[in-house]
Design a protein around this ligand. Structure first.
Ligand code: SAM
Length: 232
């Protein structure tokens, strides 16, 4: 199962570069072998290899298997973490169904220039593996204050606060509709940031339980709870 950038349509599709390397070099595709493709626009298609070269191949895109999915309207706002942990977080966010990942820069954020191309690549791989037909967007990193200043009126902001808040599942069930979950860095938010978030009318402070979770665990838990509350 492979993501391709170009919008798919019935007919021949020539591939080279990393996609061809994956199909020819890694998956050892032969003429006649099937592959599922998706493009984030038209949905998922069944294709068959018609020509396989050493570094390129041509697929015959035949039948549309699924329309592009309707993506649950949840954004994950999370402070970037060290490489392995933020990669894991992006992968799990994609598998669990988020629409958008927003790296948030806070006072205690340790990585102030997250590699958004790498995060997107992890999400593409996760989408290929988990059967998504839509890719989450990866936003440019933004400062917490700027995000709060321009926060959309209709979008709830579930602020995961290890110092306490409403039980997350109940709070999320009580506030259906477009939403975001906000997860702090490993050192947490400072008091001023916590106050600024709480002052936002759309913010709801939520607890993920009595234990302090690592930020990547907290992100996966909060997204899973929102999906459960929304029935997605
Ligand atoms: N400031 C804390 C400390 O050093 O003791 C730890 C912060 S925690 C590792 C990182 C982030 O995960 C927090 O900012 C919060 O958003 C989220 N988090 C972790 N455990 C949580 C919980 N039990 N309830 C809600 N949020 C939690």
């Amino acid at each position: 199962r492979l993501f391709v950038e170009a919008p798919l349509a019935p007919g021949p599709l020539a591939l080279s570069g990393p996609a061809a390397h994956y199909l020819v070099g890694v998956m050892r595709m032969r003429p006649g072998d099937p592959v599922k493709l998706f493009d984030d626009v038209t949905g998922e298609w069944l294709a068959t290899a018609s020509h396989v070269g050493r570094r390129d191949l041509t697929l015959d895109v035949a039948e549309r298997l699924r329309e592009r999915e309707a993506v649950p309207d949840l954004w994950l706002l999370a402070a970037p973490l060290k490489k392995g942990r933020v990669d894991w977080m992006a992968e799990k966010a994609c598998e669990l169904g988020v629409a958008r990942l927003v790296p948030v820069l806070t006072r205690r954020t340790v990585v102030d220039r997250p590699n958004t191309d790498r995060l997107r690549a992890h999400m593409v791989e996760a989408a290929e593996q988990c059967g998504r037909t839509a890719l989450p967007q990866v936003a440019e990193p933004a400062k917490l204050a700027a995000l709060l200043r321009d926060w959309p009126a209709e979008r709830a902001l579930f602020f995961a606060d290890e110092q306490g808040g409403a039980p997350a599942l109940e709070a999320m069930r009580a506030r259906p509709g477009p939403a975001a979950v906000l997860i702090g860095p490993e050192g947490g938010f400072d008091d001023e940031e916590r106050e600024a978030v709480r002052a936002l009318p759309q913010a709801v402070g939520v607890s993920l339980g009595p234990r302090i979770l690592r930020a990547d665990t907290a992100a996966a838990a909060a997204v899973a709870l929102w999906m459960a509350a929304a029935g997605d």
